[in-house]
Ligand binder design. Structure first.
Ligand code: GLN
Length: 488
């Protein structure tokens, strides 16, 4: 793909490492040299772990010499700062966890460590993953590498920007309502949210536990398959992880999609959809049809309710999950409080940012006595209807193809004071989380101003293989994913 080591993909570097043409040390040095050249402008990272990375690279080189490398051995990866990393600061983009150093690794971290990956650092994110623009982080916003005045998307914007700017080879993100797919689409890279339960959430700092999933953000579809292979699987430490064998996702990339039935939901092509996005997505659908897929018109009738449902359920779960930050056990504690209650109030008031407080208040209200039935319970019932929409649709098609977001990346500062308009942008990604389905975002074009546009492919539960096969087939016939932002 690229000519410099930092520009390459996991699979390209894996081959070079195995041929012993390059070393993990050289790759890691190349990535840090790139970080040194562009990070000041992109601001993708909250913290860098260069010393650890060099140590991991040396260990990887030994392992490769010993002949027992995996596909990730010696590959520099960025990690969203929501995943607990033993001994490495994990902030979740929040002042309340600014100095938090976890005593343990998240299961996904343990898995990529075992695979021999190299950690470049912890990537920027919206505070507690609440946001779509990366602007709610207490460490300041990440910039979109394609246009530094624009947002990279959120909440995994740091991971997506780091991959797009070649400041890591691939990254991990998390997706509760679109936080992998939407930043991937804004930054012109690939982002995959697995089926709920496919990947362990142990050690992932909880936002909305019934929706959160960890997934890969990569330069192409094959890399997404490689990284998904490494992180998937049952985990006794996460009761919602599902005990089901993990196939080799790379074997799914057969390039053959003839006869595959692709559903196009009419509710996703409505007023408000940017015409350039609509054209790019329709062209992508035409390309898939050319490759032998069959296009089926489908309907997901409860789509209109998804944003309202999500913005009750996610804050309700967040309100409960964030109750643990009380200034007592760990995290930020205020100085000189008058008494215990004052300490609670001041620690939380000073530690959380505006958006997080807004969500805690909405969630607490939605769960409170007298309002529970009207809000949380009603939302949960409508969630079932949304899930049924998909169950019915998958009787007629194998995959569903849609835009990722209604428009390309917006400008930094443009929507930060209008939360509702920001929430509405999640309309195409949220239903997928509510239904627990896998979804992938991949580049399918650029706007006239040069901003990336993403195509979303949604699979049935545990249909990651079909989804990856389709995404990969599309990618083989297009060149969008090889384009790079100009950061010279
Ligand atoms: N933008 C959505 C929110 O603010 C989704 C975030 C996410 O997936 N973590 O909640």
């Amino acid at each position: 793909m690229g000519t410099e080591l930092y520009q390459m993909t996991i699979h390209e570097l894996r081959d070079l490492l195995q041929q012993k043409t390059v070393s993990a040390r050289e790759i890691t040095e190349s990535v840090f040299q790139r970080i040194g050249a562009v990070e000041e402008r992109v601001h993708a990272y909250i913290s860098l772990t260069q010393d650890l990375a060099m140590e991991q690279a040396r260990a990887a080189d030994k392992r490769i010499a010993g002949g027992n490398a995996s596909a990730l051995t010696g590959i520099p990866l960025g990690i969203k700062d929501i995943l607990c990393t033993a001994g490495i600061n994990t902030t979740c983009g929040s002042k309340i966890l600014e100095r938090f150093v976890p005593p343990y690794d998240a299961t996904v971290i343990e898995k990529i460590k075992t695979a021999g990956a190299v950690f470049t650092g912890k990537t920027g994110m919206d505070e507690f993953a609440m946001g779509s623009s990366n602007e709610t982080s207490c460490f300041g916003a990440v910039c979109n590498p394609w246009d530094l005045d624009h947002v990279p998307g959120g909440s995994s914007g740091g991971s997506a920007a780091a991959v797009a700017a070649d400041e890591c080879i691939a990254a991990l993100g998390t997706d509760t309502g679109g936080s992998i797919r939407q930043p991937a689409s804004y930054c012109g890279v690939v982002g995959l949210k697995p089926t709920y339960g496919r990947v362990s959430r142990y050690g992932l700092i909880a936002y909305a536990s019934s929706l959160d999933q960890v997934g890969p953000i990569t330069k192409d579809v094959e890399d997404a398959a490689i990284l998904l292979n490494a992180i998937s699987g049952h985990d006794a430490k996460d009761s919602t992880s599902i005990n089901r064998p993990v196939p080799d996702y790379c074997k799914a990339l057969t390039r053959d999609i003839s006869g595959l039935r692709l559903g196009v939901p009419k509710e996703y092509f409505v007023e408000g959809l940017d015409p350039e996005v609509e054209k790019a997505v329709r062209d992508a659908i035409a390309e898939l049809e050319k490759q032998g897929a069959r296009i089926v018109d489908i309907s997901l009738p409860h789509t209109d309710y998804a944003v309202a449902v999500y913005y009750l359920i996610a804050p309700a779960e967040a309100g409960s999950n964030l109750a643990r930050y009380d200034g007592v056990k760990y995290g930020y504690r205020t100085d000189g409080a008058a008494d215990l209650k004052d300490m609670y109030v001041r620690s939380r008031s000073e530690g959380f940012g505006t958006e997080v407080k807004r969500r805690i208040m909405i969630g607490t209200y939605a769960l409170s006595a007298g309002y529970y039935d009207a809000y949380y319970k009603k939302a949960s019932q409508v969630r079932t209807l949304i899930r049924r929409d998909f169950t019915d649709a998958f009787k007629e098609c194998d995959l569903i193809v849609t835009p990722v977001a209604p428009a390309p990346a917006f400008k930094l500062g443009e929507k930060i004071n209008d939360p509702l308009s920001m929430y509405l942008l999640d309309i195409f990604t949220i239903p997928v989380n509510l239904a627990g389905l896998p979804g992938i975002s991949l580049p399918c074009g650029y706007s006239s101003s040069g901003l990336p546009i993403g195509l979303q492919i949604v699979g049935n539960v545990f249909a990651e293989e079909t989804m990856l096969r389709c995404a990969h087939a599309y990618e083989q016939h297009t060149r969008w994913h090889v384009q790079k932002p100009d950061l010279s």
